[in-house]
Design a protein around this ligand. Structure first.
Ligand SMILES: [Zn+2]
Length: 200
């Protein structure tokens, strides 16, 4: 939220939510009285959000929103079964679809923003933000996984996410834990970058 005058911060919203949600949020009128914010969920009558109900909505959204001809090959069922918060599963799903608010995408949407990464100046797409930016490389190499993300060679980021579940280098039965950890690291990277934009 920006002040004087009070208005939605479009750039931050676009980085954190999909296009439909951004439109919905932007259409919410802002009152002039300074009241404390509260969270409500419009899919339920009482405004309360539960994991079970959220999963149902997300799954319906996944089925309705996907176009089989354009669908990247990704292990959707395994992603949705990961034991991580729904918002992170949803995020990974959007990463696979290149539907996250990276600067190159925001630039294409004609938002007043440079397509470059504000950390290193390269074009910021999903691969750059999550894998190849010097910041992302440092995060991965210092993580529990000690991953050399600059050596990952995928044409599409969903190809890399698919390898989370089929790599033979992991101990059998541990796929889900490794995939969960990688999902959380990706999410954390996105949150950190978004915070930098809020504070900039
Ligand atoms: Zn960068």
């Amino acid at each position: 939220m920006l002040q004087n005058p009070r208005r939605w911060n479009l750039i931050v919203l676009t980085r954190l939510f999909n296009q439909e949600d951004v439109k919905g949020i932007m259409s919410i009128p802002l009152g002039s009285i300074d009241e404390e914010d509260s969270l409500i969920w419009h899919f339920s009558g009482d405004g309360k959000c539960t994991v079970k109900a959220g999963y149902k909505v997300a799954y319906r959204y996944l089925l309705e929103g996907s176009n089989p001809r354009l669908a990247p090959q990704a292990p959707w069922k395994k992603i949705w079964k990961l034991r991580i918060p729904l918002k992170i599963r949803n995020f990974i799903w959007r990463v696979c679809w290149q539907a996250i608010g990276v600067n190159s995408a925001l630039f294409q949407m004609k938002l007043n923003i440079s397509p470059e990464c504000q950390r290193c100046g390269e074009t910021e797409d999903a691969q750059h933000l999550l894998l190849y930016c010097p910041y992302a490389r440092a995060v991965w190499i210092h993580s529990l996984l000690a991953l050399r993300s600059d050596q990952i060679n995928s044409n599409h980021i969903s190809e890399w996410i698919t390898t989370w579940f089929d790599s033979r280098s992991y101990l059998e039965g541990d796929f889900a834990d490794w995939a969960a950890l990688q999902s959380i690291i990706c999410w954390q990277e996105m949150i950190t970058v978004s915070k930098e934009y809020i504070e900039a």
